[in-house]
Design a protein around this ligand. Structure first.
Ligand SMILES: C[S@@+](CC[C@H](N)C(=O)[O-])C[C@H]1O[C@@H](n2cnc3c(N)ncnc32)[C@H](O)[C@@H]1O
Length: 298
């Protein structure tokens, strides 16, 4: 289903072709065009579902942060398995929600009638009409938006927003941190961060999470609010809400470390399958170690 307002290409088989790398399934189009390097299999879909639950807890079940009581048109950039877009469409039946993703994870027939899904590369200029959306949401696109594209991506978002419209951006900064001070260069989690960021940084901007407010300001957006939140890897925090978040995030982290690392480490850095498995084994153990107190800046 495509939105009547869009000139985006209709779904084509080329977007559905997949390729296997060490037992995980990737979108061939994304790999061939160096767009996105995470798996697109059911294991990854499950992980995104868990991650969405974690975010729901972090944000106290709030889907939309800016003050938009009755949104009429919302765009979700990189909708993934659609968790956010589906909930927005369900909570606002009068709102027309549009989702864009390079991979068609979900069957549009299984989504609310007020949700339209499109396949497109967000690295290309937007084809939506100007002054169109009340809100543009973009969550976890750092590994998919090209490094040089970020300024024009934000400008495209601004252009398609109605006057007075809002943008909501959420990114993980992949540089894993430790509250304990016990993590050093010998830890597999440090290696995971430095190798992931190092392998992607020519193409993507793995540090973009720390630059969002500046990018918005540079595009001329106003009334900017930015916040850095610690996303714990397991139930190590003492404070009850963060402890619950850590407990929920544990399974996500155990799946995220190999899912994000597999392609960059084995295909871009040339790590052998054995080296990769060994690094992941150590990284997962460290992620579970309460005394390390590790977290992602979000
Ligand atoms: C890490 S997932 C996050 C999914 C969703 N936003 C969420 O928070 O659950 C990133 C999503 O963005 C999509 N994506 C990445 N780069 C893209 C690009 N250049 N154009 C369109 N979609 C892209 C991926 O296919 C994937 O579904």
């Amino acid at each position: 289903m495509t939105s009547p307002d869009s000139q985006t290409e209709a779904l084509d088989d080329k977007y559905l072709d997949t390729t296997f790398i060490q037992g995980r399934e990737f979108q061939k189009f994304s790999i061939d065009h160096q767009i996105f390097f995470e798996p697109v299999d059911s294991e990854e879909a499950d992980r995104m579902g868990i991650q969405h639950q974690v975010f729901s807890k972090v944000f106290d079940n709030k889907l939309i942060f800016p003050p938009i009581p009755r949104p009429q048109r919302v765009l979700d950039c990189g909708y993934g398995t659609g968790s956010w877009a589906i909930e927005v469409a369900e909570q606002h039946p009068e709102c027309e929600v549009t989702g864009v993703d390079i991979f068609p994870y979900i069957d549009p027939n299984d989504t609310p009638d007020n949700l339209w899904l499109q396949v497109d590369d967000l690295n290309c200029p937007f084809t939506f009409s100007p002054d169109h959306f009340d809100l543009v949401h973009s969550r976890l696109l750092a590994t998919g938006i090209n490094r040089d594209r970020w300024p024009s991506y934000i400008e495209d978002i601004k252009r398609v927003l109605k006057p007075g419209g809002w943008v909501q951006l959420i990114e993980i900064y992949f540089n894993i941190q430790s509250y304990s001070g016990l993590m050093d260069e010998t830890h597999a989690l440090r290696q995971w961060s430095s190798q992931l960021m190092g392998s992607l940084q020519e193409m993507k901007d793995p540090r973009v999470g720390t630059k969002l407010a500046n990018l918005l300001a540079a595009a001329g957006l106003e009334n900017i609010r930015s916040e850095m939140i610690a996303l714990p890897f397991s139930a190590w925090p003492k404070e009850p809400k963060n402890r619950d978040i850590g407990a929920m995030n544990r399974e996500n982290v155990q799946k995220l470390l190999p899912a994000l690392g597999l392609y960059p480490f084995t295909q871009l850095l040339g790590m052998s399958p054995q080296e990769f498995e060994e690094l992941m084994k150590r990284a997962k153990q460290e992620a579970d170690e309460p005394s390390l107190k590790v977290y992602f800046p979000l």
